[in-house]
Write a protein that binds this ligand. Structure first.
Ligand code: CTP
Ligand code: MG
Length: 229
């Protein structure tokens, strides 16, 4: 099986609000995106990397390539308006021989290589697999952001992470369907779910955070010591 990984790094980092795409901020003296790429590189199954970035961030990308190298065959693709558009741009450029596709957020540098590989091993169960953890807090639904509508039972709530892994045909069909219906999702699984495919949850630790706000940077500086030792 030929496995192609897509690292989405073409966001703006608005919630981080540091005047630079958050993935180029350093943790432990190394850009977040470089940490992430190293994890993908070390997977024993991944054959090819598609790095999705913004054209205006290319100078940072060249810096990373020069300093940290990328020890896997790869290609750089420019992202789009939403995360979904970015991944789609990548999908259109994947190697012909791809059987399995893995999508990952550039802003999740703490995923373990073992879990990446486990997700790839489990993809054949249903054709779709995602790393996830049970929600710790009680979650409320509020449509207007002022009053609570209701409280879903926490036992049923899972927080999904990336990697998200799919058989190529399943993800391509899901993307085609989403665009033809004008549907936008915040992750790839949500598109696949709409085609009726059951996504397999793979239990993972809480360490695989998505670095999103400034609070996450303090946590990241602690996690980097724990995860990379
Ligand atoms: N992403 C992308 N292309 C976009 C938007 C997001 O490749 N058009 C990537 C981000 O770079 C990030 C991942 O998707 O690694 C998850 O998105 P998110 O955490 O929302 O990052 P940003 O969109 O950059 O942050 P914000 O929403 O705060 O602007
Ligand atoms: Mg975003």
């Amino acid at each position: 099986n030929f496995v192609t990984a897509f690292v989405a790094a073409a966001g703006m980092g608005k919630r981080m609000n540091m005047g630079i795409n958050k993935q180029f901020l350093s943790i432990d003296d190394k850009p977040i995106l470089a940490h992430t790429i190293k994890k993908i590189e070390k997977s024993k199954y991944i054959d090819f990397l598609i790095l999705i970035v913004k054209k205006s961030d290319m100078r940072y990308v060249y810096d990373i390539i020069e300093k940290y190298k990328i020890n896997i065959n790869y290609k750089i693709v420019y992202g789009g308006k939403e995360r979904q558009d970015s991944i789609y741009n990548g999908l259109l450029k994947m190697p012909e021989e791809t059987d399995i596709v893995l999508t990952h957020d550039g802003a999740r540098p703490f995923v373990s290589v073992d879990k990446i590989d486990e997700a790839i091993e489990r993809v054949m169960d249903t054709g779709a697999a995602v790393l996830a953890n049970p929600v710790k807090d009680t979650i409320k639904v509020s449509t207007d952001g002022k009053l609570v509508d209701y409280t879903p039972n926490r036992d049923r709530l899972w927080q999904v992470q990336t990697p998200q892994v799919f058989k190529k045909e399943i993800l391509m069909r899901a993307y085609d369907q989403a665009y033809s219906e004008g549907y936008y999702g915040t992750d790839d699984c949500s598109l696949v779910e709409k085609t009726g495919i059951k996504v397999k949850l793979i239990y993972n630790s809480y360490d695989n955070i998505k670095i999103t706000t400034r609070e996450d940077l303090s946590i990241a500086n602690i996690l980097v010591k724990k995860v990379n030792t």
